[in-house]
Design a binder for this molecule. Structure first.
Ligand code: MSP
Length: 507
């Protein structure tokens, strides 16, 4: 069975999940659901990044002395949020777990054996907001350009990773695999960074009582990014369950890392070099999407505009939120989140276009055929059938290229077509004069609804399930292969439909 492995970044526990974090996780969930639908064995990993100094600071701010207790509480809050949003991750990795620590040490020892670790002195700036060493030339008037805070000046004896050993190899890999870093703007950014600014990186920090101690020097802990990146291996069994690990970190299993553009240097430079050094394959795609603003403002606690995803999903339902963010912002670009725009799309695309199509079609089946799907005598292949099959093709191609907005546009063209098909054929008039044609038209519409439900399934799983259960095929269709699902004519005449409440009550 083909496999597919998709990851989100692991999120810092010093803060609550907001719409930005939720966005990346939604996309990972869409990919996971889509790849399962097309018949692949999928592993979807998310989790929390806990060994950071930010965790310690946040615990102190909350007057919590027991850092592990604070971390446990925060991590379970992230897990509960992801569960209540219905994400279909297969595991949730925490970097304070034993299984993770073991894997970190294993990978470190491999890199060390390769001769890529040396002792050195780090003298320079460190931004604790970024958890990153920062060059003087990158400061803006002495401050971190991202966090607007003054970085610490530190002088430490650390272990270093010979990142510069991998300069040519990295450039060569990026050149040979244009799909490795996406979108192209990010690839160019990474290439220029490697060409002009690559330096060895420090991978340890003084042990202040939090973090993973180095095996041979407990006075030091691993630098949090070195530890965090390894979650992509430990989450699938590295250092623990080699059979599981070799199933997912394998040549023939596409590996996709998703994140926003803020953390590409770690993922596209340091991480691949760590993997090269330890002899492991590189991920196949690292896709960095854009940054979200809210009503054109940066998301920030101090601005008080942090949108809680649970609140949003309670107000609108999670499916409309998923639909909105994917439809509104081309994946890869920056975008703005506004509840006004969300409500416009909710009332327009969802309530009017999709919701009405489902309710009108099923009302007519109730009215004219006693709730039973009529048999379609099919003399010729109708346009709607051809459109269904070309929409499937667009969905497959679009999802392969991470063009989620394009896929949704194509599906909505089909929905629009179906609504117009009703207007053109006027079933209420056919009911008076041409029962055969009426049966044909209503069969075509209900069968199109079945296809639409599966097409939106990865994007809006709850809605898809509601439609399929109104068509009374949810359970039987779960067992079908993707090819069977895509075939025209899957809906059996005589199936008794069960019209439900409106899918999207108007706001
Ligand atoms: N812990 C690191 C990642 C380690 S991965 C080995 C980290 N955590 S984070 O909590 O700060 O999450 C950053 C990620 O959250 C971004 O890459 C992105 O996926 C998501 N986003 C956070 N804010 C965002 C926006 N405003 N807009 C879009 N995505 C955002 O970095």
């Amino acid at each position: 069975m083909p496999r597919f492995y998709v990851t989100t970044p692991i999120y810092y526990v010093n803060d609550k999940p907001h719409i930005g974090h939720t966005y990346t996780t939604i996309v990972a969930d869409i990919l996971a659901r889509w790849h399962r639908l097309i018949g692949e064995d999928v592993f979807f990993l998310t989790g929390t990044d806990e060994n950071s100094q930010k965790t310690v600071q946040a615990a102190h701010q909350k007057k919590e002395k027991d850092i592990q207790k604070y971390t446990d509480q925060m991590s379970s809050m992230w897990q509960m949020t992801w569960d209540s949003l219905g994400f279909s991750h297969n595991d949730f990795i925490r970097t304070t777990e034993e299984r993770h620590k073991k894997g970190v040490i294993k990978l470190f020892e491999k890199i060390q054996k390769k001769g890529d670790i040396y002792k050195g002195k780090y003298k320079g700036f460190y931004c604790s907001g970024c958890e990153a060493f920062i060059k003087e030339s990158d400061l803006a008037r002495g401050k971190c350009p991202l966090h607007k805070t003054k970085p610490d000046f530190i002088e430490e004896e650390n272990l270093f990773f010979k990142l510069t050993n991998y300069k040519d190899k990295l450039l060569d890999h990026i050149k040979k695999h244009p799909e490795f870093i996406q979108p192209e703007t990010r690839r160019n950014e990474v290439v220029s960074y490697i060409e002009t600014a690559l330096e060895d990186v420090s991978i340890s920090r003084p042990n202040k009582g939090w973090g993973i101690p180095l095996p041979q020097d407990p006075k030091q802990v691993f630098y949090v990014w070195f530890d965090a990146l390894i979650n992509y291996l430990t989450g699938i069994g590295y250092g623990q369950d080699e059979t599981k690990f070799s199933k997912w970190w394998a040549k023939d299993c596409p590996i996709v890392h998703l994140m926003a553009k803020d953390i590409i240097k770690f993922h596209c430079v340091i991480w691949p070099a760590m993997l090269m050094s330890s002899g492991l394959k590189l991920p196949d795609v690292i896709f960095a999407h854009g940054f979200f603003t809210i009503d054109e403002e940066k998301i920030s606690k101090s601005l008080g505009n942090v949108i809680d995803p649970i609140f949003l999903s309670q107000k609108y339902g999670i499916d409309p939120v998923r639909y909105f963010v994917l439809r509104e912002i081309p994946f890869g670009q920056d975008g703005d989140f506004s509840t006004k725009k969300l409500e416009e799309r909710y009332n327009g695309d969802l309530a009017n276009d999709l919701g009405n199509l489902v309710s009108r079609t099923l009302t007519m089946i109730e009215k004219y055929f006693e709730s039973k799907v009529p048999a379609a005598g099919r003399p010729t292949k109708e346009e709607i059938e051809t459109l269904v099959s070309s929409t499937w093709k667009k969905a497959e191609q679009g999802l392969d290229k991470f063009q989620f907005d394009k896929v949704l546009v194509a599906i909505w063209q089909l929905i629009d077509f179906a609504n117009t098909y009703i207007e053109k054929n006027k079933p209420w008039e056919l009911a008076k004069k041409d029962e055969k044609k009426l049966a044909q038209v209503l069969y075509n519409l209900t069968e199109s609804l079945r296809h639409i439900a599966w097409m939106i399934y990865a994007f809006m799983p709850e809605t898809a399930e509601k439609i399929l259960s109104q068509l009374n095929v949810l359970e039987s269709e779960r067992k079908l292969s993707f090819d069977q699902i895509k075939k025209w004519g899957g809906l059996k005449p005589g199936t008794k439909i069960k019209k439900g409440k409106p899918l999207f009550p108007r706001i």
